[in-house]
Write a protein that binds this ligand. Sequence first.
Ligand SMILES: [Mg+2]
Length: 191
Amino acid sequence: MVIGIDMDDTICSTNEFIIKEADRYDKEVLGGSGIKDINAYEFTEMMGWPKEMKGKFFADRLEYIMDHAEIKEDAVDVINKLHDEGNKIIIISFRKDKYLKDPYKLTIDYLNRYGIKYDKVFVNTGTKADECRENNVTLFIDDKESHCEDVLNEGIDVLLFTNAYNHDEKRFNRVDNWNQIYDYIKEKYYG
Ligand SMILES: [Mg+2]
């Protein structure tokens, strides 16, 4: 089968690292005191930054953050096991060149560094439904509800990977970790 997989907050813990680096940036570059409201929804609100700071911070740091974000537990083992079992692995990322020099190179360098086996990588996508349809994706895994919705509307099976913001979402099958993804595939597709 063909498995489509998102990158940020599905393979690597990007959002968590954005918050950590925003805290450091506030203290080291802006002379602030770091996180002001840990419960805020968005990291600029968390930092008490005006909206326009997001662009400046991302222009300065997003490349570094995506390059250094922690890999999710068991992601390497499970993806490689799925690949070795004959499945095609397609990475489908929304990463844009707005704040990144070369989102494709950044992504494949990261995957290669961790020895993740893949067949294709797409970045700079739109809804992700086109890539899924054109590559005959059977199952798509993403932490963002809107991407899951667009792909599900194509009649493709989706799994929502739990992140800090999607706890209330009830429309999709949910997974909290990579072992649950493997179990889902084994039960539903290996027969
Ligand atoms: Mg994501």
